[in-house]
Ligand binder design. Structure first.
Ligand code: AMP
Ligand code: ZN
Length: 473
């Protein structure tokens, strides 16, 4: 039984989808004004674990992630560079897709963009106006928070406390400090769209209400995002959607902990961030994913090179076994002897971990236990037959590769450039043999010495020369 900790009820609950066998899930995506950082990547990767596990369980998942492609930050960046906001958004949307592919995040079913849903957004605001939840002041439309009596139910905040804690901005033309923008009147030099309230652009919260409803329905199963979105973003989404439809908006709300640096949230504004693309230059997607899987999604996690190096070391154990299994099967492992091994137990343990509110840290521990157990069998049974190899590979393919994405059977043995490197070394070794045959010892020594200088040490055996790569000091 899958259980999920629901932010709305503050309890772990059994997961029951609205339509049997189907899950509709929405995750707040990036504002495309810059490259995303490795903190954002945590939210994207953790949503990917959840989505892949739901698919592992046999659900058909409709997964939507929005791109906020019009917003203050985008406009500011465009103005600073003297280009159109659209250009900024297009550049960084393309970068977003490149980076999530490199992180081996499965593509969402749909990536709705705010600027492609302006009419849906306008219709929703009109509906809120009709229902008495929105008011227009000189082309700026606000949501009337007082009217939505259950405001605060997600974040657990109460409106009186919120009001006394917030200062009314002198120039803000709105009735109540908690009221928020649904439609912003166009300012000089800003992109705008025509609307019943005049030229302007949508507020941030309304885009998620409009797009989730359009693509997933008025009520859907799971809505997720980082902890920073609980208030006000998700609280406001609930207020908008439920006031418009009169129906419950979302059944399960999930929120992800922050990636921190020295216990402080990684963020653009604090400047304490690394872009995902820079981190990917030093660590593979599998290492980054293992690192994230080893802490549960809800808690905070510190980012450091030491921790990533630790994950890299750990991952080698899994990769070594995956390579061994793959190689032996490709080489035509003989039927050999049958091995009595309890694969079902390891599947059950993995599923029990993931069923417990997507406990990826326990699930990755189960995979390490599995690797240890399989290595032990192989050490004790050199005759272990093909069937065992197949089943062991299948286990890693379903769990480590399929759900966590920490193994990629299609790119084992390093990347392509590594195998090219090995081929080139072999080529040089063969040329050296020919040089020796021709008694051109000057050339054969030159090949040896130059390879040594590159950290590739040759060892001449009786019939064959082998080589070892040593790290340069
Ligand atoms: P943004 O582009 O800032 O709207 O953020 C995109 C997603 O990344 C949202 O779901 C945020 O909650 C999430 N996010 C932002 N900073 C962090 C962080 N340091 N750790 C984890 N998630 C984050
Ligand atoms: Zn959102």
């Amino acid at each position: 039984m899958l259980t999920i900790h629901n932010t709305l009820t503050r309890k772990k609950e059994e997961f029951k989808p609205i339509h049997p066998g189907e899950v509709r899930m929405y995750v707040c995506g990036p504002t495309v004004y810059d490259y995303f950082h490795i903190g954002n990547a945590r939210s994207f990767i953790v949503s990917d674990f959840i989505r892949r596990y739901l698919e592992y369980k046999g659900y058909k998942v409709t997964f939507a992630m929005n791109l906020t492609d019009i917003d203050d930050k985008i406009i500011r960046k465009a103005n600073a560079g003297n280009i159109e906001a659209k250009e900024v958004a297009e550049t960084f949307s393309a970068a977003f897709f490149e980076d999530i592919a490199k992180l081996k995040i499965k593509k969402a079913t749909i990536y709705p963009k705010a600027t492609e849903h302006i009419q849906d957004i306008i219709n929703l605001i009109k509906k809120l106006e009709e229902n008495g939840y929105a008011y227009n002041i000189d082309g700026n439309v606000f949501y009337n928070v007082k009217k939505f009596t259950t405001y605060g139910k997600l974040s657990g905040k109460n409106t009186e406390e919120l009001e006394s804690g917030s200062r009314v901005e002198i120039n803000e033309a709105k009735r109540n400090p908690l009221d928020f923008s649904l439609w912003k009147k166009a300012k000089e030099g800003e992109p705008y769209w025509e609307s019943p309230w005049g030229a302007g652009r949508p507020g941030w919260h309304i885009e998620c209400s409009a797009m989730s409803c359009k693509h997933l329905g008025e009520t859907f199963d799971i809505h997720a995002g980082g902890n920073d979105l609980i208030f006000p973003h998700h609280e406001n989404e609930i207020a908008q959607s439920e006031a418009a439809t009169g129906k419950k908006f979302v059944n399960y709300w999930l929120h992800f902990g922050f990636l921190n640096i020295e216990n402080e949230k990684m963020s653009k504004s604090l400047g304490n961030f690394f872009t995902a693309r820079d981190v990917l230059k030093r660590y593979s997607a599998e290492v980054i994913r293992l690192f994230f899987s080893q802490t549960n999604y809800a808690g905070p996690l510190n980012f450091s090179d030491d921790l990533l190096s630790g994950a890299q070391k750990g991952l080698e154990k899994i990769t070594n076994l995956a390579e061994k299994l793959d190689d032996e099967l490709k080489a035509g492992r003989p039927s050999g002897i049958e091995i009595d091994f309890d694969f079902a137990k390891f599947y059950a343990d993995f599923e029990a971990a993931m069923d417990d509110d997507f406990n990826t840290s326990q699930a990755s521990a189960v995979i390490f236990d599995f690797v240890r157990a399989v290595n032990k069998v192989l050490a004790e049974n050199s005759e272990a037959g093909k069937r065992f190899f197949e089943k062991a590979k299948e286990y890693l393919a379903k769990t480590a590769e399929g759900v966590l994405g920490i193994v990629d059977f299609s790119s084992l043995h390093g990347d392509d450039s590594k195998s090219l490197e090995n081929d080139l070394i072999e080529l040089l070794l063969n040329l050296r043999i020919e040089a020796k045959k021709e008694k051109n010892f000057a050339l054969s020594d030159k090949i040896r010495n130059e390879l040594t200088a590159l950290g590739i040490v040759l060892q001449d055996g009786k019939d064959k020369t082998t080589y070892k790569k040593v790290k340069a000091e």
